[in-house]
Design a protein around this ligand. Structure first.
Ligand code: EPU
Length: 337
């Protein structure tokens, strides 16, 4: 297996940051993954998926393992449902397109999300009213220390908003090798209640949408708001939308009666961080090559040669100003290394 030294990670992170890996190996099978982990190349290992939720602020002094396991298999297909096992290195959006072409429903709202299948459960990716947990059956993972393979079923993953066990107790301990999903082959349950989807479908002149219509609508919405990482470095939403309690929310509403919000539960309210950041004056701002996207303030962008530290400094500046202006703490969604 090829093990490279001082390898640039620029092509492997969607921010396009030019940090280096002390050692780097790309693995294409679970056997090779076990073989690699059993060698003593470096005491630290860093697991790299699609690199779409990652801000590198320094070189990575570790063995960087690029999980490049490919392949999609049908485990069963009956009664209008298909169960698919997808290997971790498959690109998420290409997988969604595969589903649309084959008439598998359930992931169309998650079109155009960057990253790979294997990292999707870690932060329970979600968009336009659907989250990965809605179609998730289980995932296989390799325990790094013991090299034992195990399966995490739905409840064991402890999914939450942009959250799972892999961000908490299981953090850094496992490598997800495949994800199994349950999709529909007929009588799809469509999720079109999200305002922007409704509006876009109306624009498309669609009254009885297919999964392809919804996917097309989501792709159009995302392209209009979110920068394409192939053109301008970014990692999607940089911050999570903060959730505040009833008392804080009442106070907030009094000061900002027109602010958008979603009721998570009778005692929890989610405020769009993009709105807070825009109100704090950062939308479209640029500090050298580090900037805030002009159409969606939740997205930080690399206009060319920003370093990870410059982007992180900007993130901290935004966090501080939002706290000062609104008394609300916004937490990064990306992994900062
Ligand atoms: N808003 C602003 N200014 C902005 C951005 C947003 O005022 O610059 C307001 C909008 O007008 C709207 C509200 O904030 O009233 C919500 O905006 P949007 O529908 O764009 O969604 P979001 O809450 O900002 C979340 C996800 C996105 C996902 C969209 C659609 C998080 C952290 N982000 O964004 O996910 O695509 O909903 O479901 O939950 C990602 O995770 O990378 C991502 C793009």
């Amino acid at each position: 297996m090829l093990i490279e030294e001082h390898k640039s990670l620029k092509p492997f992170n969607t921010f396009g940051i030019d940090c280096k890996a002390r050692y780097f190996a790309s693995v294409t099978s679970v056997t090779k993954l076990k073989e690699l982990l059993s060698q003593n190349i470096h005491p630290s290992r860093f697991i790299l998926g699609g690199g779409s939720n990652l801000l590198l602020t320094q070189d990575v002094d570790a063995l960087v393992i690029h999980v490049n396991l490919r392949g999609i298999s049908i485990l069963s297909e009956e009664n209008g449902q298909v169960i698919l096992e997808v290997n971790a290195g498959e690109n998420w959006h290409e997988f969604v397109m595969h589903c649309i072409e084959n008439g598998y429903g359930g992931v169309e709202n998650l079109s155009l999300i960057p990253g790979n299948i294997g990292t999707a459960p870690i932060q329970n990716i979600g968009a336009y009213g659907v989250e990965l947990k809605d179609v998730f059956v289980n995932c296989k993972a390799l325990e790094i220390e013991s090299l034992e393979e195990r399966t995490f079923d739905h409840s064991e993953c402890e999914f939450g908003y942009r959250d799972s066990i892999f961000k908490n107790e299981a953090k850094g301990k496992y490598i997800i090798t495949s994800v199994t999903l349950r999709l529909t082959t007929q009588d799809h349950t469509l999720s079109t209640s999200y305002g922007a989807i409704k509006t876009q479908l109306e624009k498309q002149g669609v009254t009885t949408p297919t999964i392809k219509d919804i996917s097309d609508a989501v792709i159009t919405i995302r392209k209009s708001k979110l920068p394409d990482p192939a053109e301008i470095g970014n990692s999607g939403s940089f911050f999570k939308n903060p959730v505040i309690g009833s008392d804080d929310f009442q106070q907030f509403r009094l000061s900002y009666p027109n602010a958008p919000f979603y009721e998570v539960s009778p005692t929890e309210f989610k405020i769009p961080a993009g709105w807070l950041i825009e109100q704090a004056g950062f939308k479209g701002q640029r500090f050298g090559d580090a900037g805030v996207h002009k159409n969606q303030a939740l997205v930080l962008v690399n206009h060319g040669n920003a370093s990870g530290s410059e982007l992180w400094e900007l993130a901290l500046k935004i966090q501080k100003k939002v706290k000062e202006d609104f008394g609300i703490y916004i937490e990064p969604e990306v992994n900062v290394i």
